[in-house]
Design a protein around this ligand. Structure first.
Ligand SMILES: [Zn+2]
Length: 90
């Protein structure tokens, strides 16, 4: 996500997060739970996962997060790697 969008995130915003512990997984839908102002890029906490037990709060890096409104113009090596894996698996 570009820094301007990242620093404009607010509590309650919907985002899509790459799980850095599982790069081969699809994007996780998440919701911003806290925003802390910082020099450069803010520190953003996001609750990901749904259903009981599986939800957790992460503080992802800016480039591992996308707006939920479709941000397809932005190139993302994580997405490209994921879709490349999907194509190989077919
Ligand atoms: Zn991506």
């Amino acid at each position: 996500m570009i820094r301007r969008s990242w620093n404009a995130l607010d509590v309650g915003d919907h985002v899509l997060v790459h799980d850095e512990t599982a790069p081969s997984q699809p994007l996780l839908p998440g919701r911003v739970t806290a925003v802390e102002s910082a020099t450069g890029s803010n520190i953003v906490s996001v609750r990901v996962g749904s259903g009981r037990g599986s939800a957790r709060v992460v503080q992802p890096r800016r480039l591992a997060v996308h707006l939920d409104s479709g941000e397809s113009a932005e190139r993302c090596w994580r997405c490209e790697a994921f879709y490349a894996d999907e194509r190989r698996a077919r």
